[in-house]
Ligand binder design. Structure first.
Ligand code: UGA
Length: 447
């Protein structure tokens, strides 16, 4: 068992890679990170990152400055100067929703090439989200083929999924609910020993097969998404009942310890870089192995329909949306991130544009990404008030703190016609309903 701090390398400087690498390095582990993208590598070596994530900048700056974190475009350099390699490349969806393993295979190829010239045992850890069987049947097999080395004898393999949430990724990495480690005894012992050095107090840990570890990740995301789609389905029932409110219903069921209060916030739907792709990948995988997954299908279906609630409400309040000025408050898929991948805002904007509306948008961090998609089809406001100015309907799509602070008077004094749709349930319905034309997801409409 190793006593010395192992040196760590990473393949993939995406959001998981950079956060994990920076957290390891911030605790004095030597971390080398490979990425094919030279601009990312250069930026990191200047102590900067391209993603916005609370606390990340400080960790990266500190780690680079103190020589704990370095990026490289040379895959051999990072493997040969480390004992553990984490694969943190993306696993996007193919056109048909199935998982695209291109980047995982590329990483395994490069690691295999490097391991050819390494004489000591090396541990490869798959952190990317991959379907059950991938660590052993794809990563291990590829490395064996390329390196001519034997898996488990010359190099070890673990599946070690991550559960970080964007917007609180650093916190989640440093204080996780649990660690899941799958693989052979030698490999899992080695990784566990590293984590014992990293965490002052080891989180609850499950050591299991690689397949279980891989499936836990998908089941986890699918269950959470199902919980949100479930409450969104209940929200639709509440909307038809004049004195009903999904917020109260969610609170009521959340107090049951068997259900719990988290991930029961109804809204205009879920998005992001993980859930949509992971649920689709799981669905396709289940089809391949001939397992029926009606709950996954229903979870996706509810979510596809959910953003339309905002459009229905807008039509209810304004009638025809053609040439009506509509403001979108919030564009990122959730607050505290600039990530707009699969963001609900994009679906709502597209629908409004189809209806001929004039769409004005504002987000504290995600303007650039949206501008790249929509260009001059939208008006880009400089702040929240500028966004709602002279507008006829405002739709709150992402619950950034600064939008929560808007008062009924802000809407009354700035909008041409003060109609507000609360797509994330941040405004007090009693107060806002009494002052504005107000609708909210999961709120029964009271005349
Ligand atoms: C999700 C999981 O929560 C992480 O555990 C996992 O590691 C990550 O995916 C991943 O696989 O990499 P993330 O996509 O960052 O994390 O975001 P969440 O906080 O889970 O939110 C997902 C979506 O659900 C967001 O659009 C959010 O607005 C929505 N949501 C969440 C709700 O509508 N209601 C809720 O109660 C909770």
């Amino acid at each position: 068992m190793q006593d010395k701090k192992p040196r760590i390398s990473f393949f993939g400087l995406g959001y998981v890679g950079i956060v994990t690498a920076a957290c390891f390095a911030s605790k004095g582990f030597k971390v080398l990170a490979y990425d094919i993208d030279e601009s990312k590598v250069n930026l990191l070596n200047e102590g900067k990152t391209i993603i916005y994530e609370p606390c990340l900048d400080d960790l990266v700056r500190y780690s680079v400055k103190n020589g704990f974190l370095k990026a490289s475009v040379d895959p051999n350099e990072v493997v040969l100067n480390s004992e553990i390699t984490f694969i943190t490349v993306g696993t996007p969806s193919k056109q048909d929703g199935s998982i695209d393993l291109r980047f995982v295979k590329d990483a395994a190829n490069l690691i295999g090439k490097a391991l050819k010239s390494k004489n000591s045992w090396h541990l490869v850890v798959v952190k990317s989200t991959v379907l059950p069987g991938t660590t052993n049947n794809v990563v291990k097999v590829t490395i064996e083929e390329i390196s001519g080395r034997k898996g488990e004898y010359d190099f070890g393999l673990c599946s070690n999924p991550e559960f970080l949430r964007e917007g609180s990724a650093v916190q989640d990495m440093l204080y996780p609910d649990r660690l899941i480690i799958g693989g052979s005894k030698k490999s899992t012992d080695y990784l566990l020993n590293f984590y014992k050095m990293f965490y002052e107090k080891l989180p609850e840990t499950i050591i299991t097969s690689a397949e279980n570890a891989e499936l836990i990740k998908y089941a986890n995301n699918a269950f959470l998404a199902m919980k949100v789609s479930f409450i969104n389905m209940i929200a639709r029932i509440c909307q038809k009942l004049p004195s009903s409110d999904v917020e109260i219903v969610a609170k009521g069921i959340g107090l049951d310890k068997r259900i719990g209060p988290l991930f029961l916030k109804a809204g205009v739907g879920w998005g992001g870089s993980c859930w949509p792709k992971d649920l689709n990948a799981l669905k396709r995988f289940a089809e391949e192995i001939k397992v029926d997954v009606p709950l996954i299908n229903a979870t996706i279906k509810v979510n596809e329909e959910q953003p339309l609630i905002a459009i229905e409400y807008a039509k209810e309040m304004l009638g025809n949306l053609k040439d009506r000025k509509i403001s979108i408050l919030g564009l990122s898929f959730k607050p505290n991130t600039d990530d707009i991948r699969e963001a609900v805002s994009i679906k709502i904007i597209n629908k409004l544009l189809d209806e001929g509306a004039l769409v004005v948008v504002y987000d504290p961090k995600a303007m650039e990404g949206i501008r790249r998609i929509f260009g001059n089809k939208l008006v880009y406001a400089k702040d929240a008030i500028d966004c709602i100015k002279n507008s006829e309907c405002a739709i709150l799509v992402t619950e950034w703190e600064e939008f929560k602070k808007l008062k009924p008077e802000d809407f009354l004094n700035n909008m041409k016609y003060p109609a507000l749709i609360d797509g994330r349930r941040v405004y007090n319905p009693e107060i806002y309903s009494s002052k504005l034309n107000f609708r909210a997801v999961g709120l029964g409409y009271r005349n």
